[in-house]
Design a protein around this ligand. Structure first.
Ligand SMILES: [Zn+2]
Length: 304
């Protein structure tokens, strides 16, 4: 009987021992996770262009927050006071330019003492069209600047960042070659865009002409006179497609398309993003490839 009780006690003690081990392992893991979370640097960015670049170049070693919500218009956006508070506690803030995002300039002026700042437009040549990321040859330079910025904030990941940068640059060079080859011998060379002036930097290097409905921002009335002029131009040149973007009312494009019997194709300015593309983490290169596909179709370019 005594032996039986001794065995029961030993079993009981073993169970308690096992339970204590599990508790210790769980608490150790929770501690590690919370350390990792605390240690992860945080970067706030103005919109989707720096957002997707930081995500890709950092390989998710930092947490990235985008101020401009998916679906919002970047040129006339107004941030909330909460954004300013968040900026004071962040490791870095990246935006494109003062002209393009005047609201970001105000935020940068009031950022925290320890918040590093990066204004991407400072490193590339300025053109009348402020959408600098649309010029493919700017992309390696912008990516290099973001990589240096990341290395300053998280030097422990410097090697990974260099590898990510090299991969990104290879993708861009391939993209440049594909744009040059695909757009060389198209039947049409005129792009009529029922949107704002965001694609000049993309199209001009490939010898394409661009006509847009509005200027460099989405604001302003779309005059009937301008619409009639565009419609006449499309008919006179015998174009087969017009291009639009998700921030501009699709109805305007439909009116023009019905009048001229052309197809409507999308172009992606990347500075703003649909909720679905945001959730799917669509990359810069993927969006540019969509742009190339639309242009090839709409301008009737030979397939390679
Ligand atoms: Zn724009």
């Amino acid at each position: 009987m005594k032996k039986k009780i001794a065995w029961i006690c030993a079993g009981f003690m073993l169970l308690i021992g096992l339970f204590m081990c599990l508790v210790l392992i769980h608490s150790y893991r929770t501690q590690q996770n919370s350390h990792a979370q605390k240690a992860q640097a945080k970067i706030i960015v103005s919109g989707y262009v720096p957002y997707t670049l930081v995500r890709q170049l950092s390989g998710n070693t930092v947490s990235v927050e985008m101020i401009l919500p998916p679906g919002a218009e970047p040129h006339s956006f107004e941030p909330t006071p909460g954004t300013l508070v968040a900026l004071k506690q962040t490791n870095g803030f990246i935006y494109i330019s003062d002209d393009l995002e005047p609201w970001a300039l105000d935020l940068a002026k009031n950022a925290g003492e320890n918040t590093r700042l990066l204004r991407l437009a400072d490193s590339v040549e300025q053109t009348p069209d402020p959408h600098i990321w649309m010029r493919l040859e700017n992309m390696p330079i912008l990516a290099e600047n973001i990589t240096e910025f990341l290395k300053e904030i998280c030097p422990q990941f410097a090697k990974n960042y260099t590898q990510n940068l090299n991969r990104f640059k290879s993708d861009i060079y391939r993209l440049q070659q594909d744009f040059a080859t695909s757009l060389k011998h198209c039947r049409y060379r005129k792009v009529v865009h029922i949107g704002h002036l965001a694609f000049e930097n993309l199209l001009i290097p490939y010898g394409l002409q661009l006509t847009t409905l509005s200027g460099t921002s989405h604001e302003g009335e779309h005059s009937v006179k301008k619409l009639i002029g565009l419609t006449r131009d499309i008919k006179r040149q015998g174009l087969k497609a017009i291009f639009t973007e998700n921030m501009v009312s699709g109805r305007l494009a439909e009116v023009v398309a019905r009048e001229t019997d052309v197809t409507i194709l999308p172009l992606y300015p990347i500075e703003h993003i649909s909720k679905q593309d945001f959730e799917n983490n669509v990359t810069y290169v993927e969006l540019m490839r969509r742009n190339l596909d639309s242009l090839k179709r709409g301008l009737q370019c030979p397939a390679f």
